[in-house]
Design a protein around this ligand. Structure first.
Ligand SMILES: NC(=O)c1ccc[n+]([C@@H]2O[C@H](COP(=O)([O-])OP(=O)(O)OC[C@H]3O[C@@H](n4cnc5c(N)ncnc54)[C@H](OP(=O)(O)O)[C@@H]3O)[C@@H](O)[C@H]2O)c1
Length: 247
């Protein structure tokens, strides 16, 4: 058996699997033989993503911010989950600290930090001990981009939990991938023209000369899911945009 083995016969749940990084990860896992259940809030988006993913994929509605829905989602689970990937997005919490509404920062935690933990706790009794959990966090957690202190707090809190969880929950493996700027629907609130300008500027400031694609991050998730010697790790996938310049 190789480290990044086939996922034939394994079952993965990808929350936030109807778009962007989560969808790309679900597609890679399905392509490598896993049965994949994608979850998200919008049934139409889920159905469309499931069509695109193909393979042995299924979709089920879930709002990770709703404790009752999370409880019911896993209470119904009728089989062991081998791999849990958490890629749901919470967009709130960014902005200059001088003017950042603390309610917005709290909304950011409600949209990402608490759902990740709530889903992890509810999934635990159903997770195979030989399986894995992968958080999709954000490189803002360890970078110094102005206006991202709130996002750093939310994603940094999640990243800080990865090593202790990996030891506490062993042999279940727990890892995170920490993306830089990725061209997904996460940016859809920014008008297209402005987004293109932002991406051009960021590409120029990025060692690899471009912003990321969902598949870049999904490839890291695929590795973390399949490599049974990886645990307690947070892997940056940023094109180098967050590297310290020494200035
Ligand atoms: N794109 C970037 O530049 C970037 C950078 C750093 C980190 N990240 C992180 O990467 C992760 C994936 O983001 P993405 O770029 O792939 O964004 P995306 O394309 O907007 O995908 C987000 C997914 O999460 C689902 N979702 C959102 N809220 C949810 C909730 N409460 N419960 C369940 N599902 C929910 C969405 O579906 P519904 O809306 O239908 O629920 C969608 O499937 C996020 O955690 C984000 O913070 C992204």
């Amino acid at each position: 058996m190789t480290q990044s083995h086939s996922l034939q016969g394994q079952y993965a749940v990808v929350v936030g699997g109807s778009s962007g990084v989560g969808e790309a990860a679900a597609a890679m896992l399905a392509a490598d033989g896993a049965e994949v259940l994608i979850a998200g809030r919008d049934q139409g988006r889920l159905d469309a993503a499931r069509e695109r993913i193909g393979g042995k994929s299924a979709a089920r509605q879930l709002d990770g911010a709703d404790p009752e829905q999370v409880r019911a989602f896993f209470a119904d689970a009728d089989r062991k989950i081998d791999h849990l990937v958490l890629s749901l997005s919470g967009a709130a919490g960014s902005g200059p600290i001088a003017t950042l509404e603390l309610d917005q920062l709290a909304a950011g935690f409600d949209g990402k930090f608490w759902p990740f933990l709530r889903i992890l706790q509810a999934a635990l009794p159903h997770l195979s001990p030989e399986g894995s959990v992968t958080f999709v966090t954000a490189a803002s957690a360890g970078a110094a981009f102005p206006g991202t202190a709130g996002l750093a707090a939310i994603n940094g809190a999640l990243q800080a939990m990865v090593p202790p969880l990996a030891v506490e929950l062993a042999p279940l493996r727990v890892n995170a991938v920490s993306p830089g700027v990725i061209d997904t629907a996460w940016w859809s609130a920014v008008p297209a023209e402005q987004r293109a300008e932002i991406f051009d500027g960021l590409a120029a400031a990025t060692p690899v000369g471009r912003v990321g694609r969902a598949e870049d991050v999904a490839g890291v998730i695929r590795m973390l899911v399949g490599n049974t010697f990886m645990t307690g790790t947070v892997i940056d996938c940023t094109g180098g945009v967050n590297l310290p310049t020494g200035r």
